[in-house]
Design a protein around this ligand. Sequence first.
Ligand SMILES: Nc1nc2c(ncn2[C@@H]2O[C@H](COP(=O)(O)OP(=O)(O)OP(=O)(O)O)[C@@H](O)[C@H]2O)c(=O)[nH]1
Ligand SMILES: [Mg+2]
Length: 311
Amino acid sequence: MGFKRIMPVNASPEYGHAEKEYHLAKTTEEKIERLKKMLSVAPKHKSSENLIKQLRTRLKKFQGEIERTKKLSKSRGGKTGIKKLEMQAVIVGFSKSGKSSLLNILTNANAKISETKFTTTHSIIGMMPYGSTQVQLIEIPAMDSDFYDKGTVYTADSILILIQNIEELKKIESILQTNGKKIIVLTKSDLLSEPEKRKLEATLKSKYKKYEFVFISCITSEGIEELKEKIFKSFNKIRVYTKEPKKEKSNNPIILEPEANVKEVAEKILKGFSEKVKETKIWGPSSKFPGQKVGLQHKLKDLDIVEFKTR
Ligand SMILES: Nc1nc2c(ncn2[C@@H]2O[C@H](COP(=O)(O)OP(=O)(O)OP(=O)(O)O)[C@@H](O)[C@H]2O)c(=O)[nH]1
Ligand SMILES: [Mg+2]
């Protein structure tokens, strides 16, 4: 790292420790923090003036780097530039965990994938089609990089935590700050043996009961459909299909809040003219029997089918 080591006379063990920590720092933020610590514990006498000057110069250099990074990510529309849509999920994980690969499979994005670390340096947005609607999916730069976007993660509805082992999950949990729902995504499952998978599964089921988890591979496509389902479920919305009399149900469901009623569906598909509805029949989870006749106030459930007869 080119840092000339000058051990000052009378340096305390505290200083020695701070210096060691500084050399272990991975990110620029960490370096800044640890340089400040070194400065605070450096001996304050004539013979260490040179050292203190050197430390201050180095600190300024790193602070300048952070400023430039911030400006750069702003000008690229990163951080503050993301407009949050109704259903937003973020992809987080350490570098090379497969965030860009997953984003590209699930959405229209074309993020750069690479074998080298820290390839993604600004948050990348993709849209994932789901039913008749779209989910906003965002790759956040690696958690172990200087570009990690805390703000977007904090406000997202759902967080996909990409890991390959439990140790990574523990580390991420200690850094992650969010109000969103968490889904654990075990990536590169094609590289795991069946016994390895079973072991991970057992640990997650016993120690991480409150989280949903799924094994995925961007190579074999294992778990991709299951993950889409879990992402949608995490937003706590319902899907309702509509149909016309004597016809098949529509292919694309309408997305609604839980407990939405028939009137809301009618308003949506009849463009505000729910008074045109003469009769409504329903099939599916909220019906007592297939084809039950219901009123406009009837509350719907996920995967119901609604048929309107209009005047
Ligand atoms: N075997 C295997 N390799 C994968 C899979 N997904 C991603 N990779 C590889 O892992 C490496 C990193 O993938 P990326 O998608 O660029 O990872 P990332 O998390 O976006 O990395 P950064 O943006 O640098 O933090 C690449 O070489 C990918 O080809 C997978 O499911 N299986
Ligand atoms: Mg990436």
